[in-house]
Design a protein around this ligand. Structure first.
Ligand code: DX5
Ligand code: ZN
Length: 227
């Protein structure tokens, strides 16, 4: 797995939102690479979380890479405000961008963010190939390993076929997995070729979150030596 490095991204959805700045600092101090920010509009998924104003507030307290996962029906509507707010990565769902992903990716880049595409468990992986191979390609693919909407769900191991297919085709692509990742599931994800690991409840629910972050990283590093 030459060219990809592990990125451990605690999902701030599982943090204490009332103390977001302190929670962000705690995760970075414990060795997290990225902070995963779940933005849900109550329409694409049946849950409502945070938006650009919260990203803007958090940005004043941290320089960390804010890995924003937009579970929204109209991602185009949020590109400009997310860019201004200080988002680092902007990952949209292919299910709502079939017709306009080219324009969307261009806008994300010109707003100074790194474009990524996510797919729900029921979406075939082939749907994202053109986005990786396009003239203005996405720089990350997020393979959902639960139905998006909530933290604390069970990892779906069958999604590893998608990760494997992507890794085989794209040796240097950032491939992210999100949902149910923790000490008992990381080895499957790492072996399939995932290098960006989102983990909410397994990190924030642990007595020593730093140990979980280290364990996730070690698993990705180990897998990358053998592939
Ligand atoms: C789910 C979100 C995830 C979620 C992961 O829709 O996209 O980022 O917070 O939480 P865990 O790790 O608890 O499954
Ligand atoms: Zn997410």
């Amino acid at each position: 797995m030459v060219g990809v490095s592990p990125k451990i991204a605690p999902s701030m959805l599982s943090s204490d939102f009332a103390n977001l700045a302190a929670e962000a600092k705690r995760m970075i101090d414990l060795g997290a690479n990225w902070l995963h920010m779940d933005i849900m509009d109550g329409h694409f998924v049946p849950n409502l979380t945070i938006g650009a104003p919260v990203i803007e507030s958090l940005r004043k307290h941290t320089n960390a890479y804010l890995d924003c996962h937009l579970m929204v029906t109209n991602p185009m509507d949020y590109v400009e405000q997310m860019g201004k707010a200080g988002a680092s990565g902007f990952t949209f769902h292919i299910e709502v961008a079939q017709d306009n992903w080219q324009e969307l990716v261009r806008k994300i880049k010109s707003a100074g963010m790194r474009p990524g595409v996510a797919l729900k468990p029921g979406t075939p992986v082939e749907q994202v190939f053109p986005l990786v191979e396009g003239a203005t390609p996405v720089e990350m693919v997020l393979v959902m390993t639960v139905e998006p909407g909530f933290g604390g769900q069970k990892f779906m191991p069958t999604m590893m076929d998608k990760v494997q297919a992507l890794r085989q085709k794209y040796p240097t692509l950032d491939i992210e997995v999100d949902g149910g990742l923790g000490p008992s599931t990381i080895d499957a994800a790492a072996a399939a070729g995932a290098n960006c690991i989102v983990a909410g409840s397994s990190v924030f629910g642990a007595p020593e979150p730093g140990n979980v972050i280290s364990l996730l990283r070690a698993s990705v590093e180990k897998a990358s030596l053998t592939t």
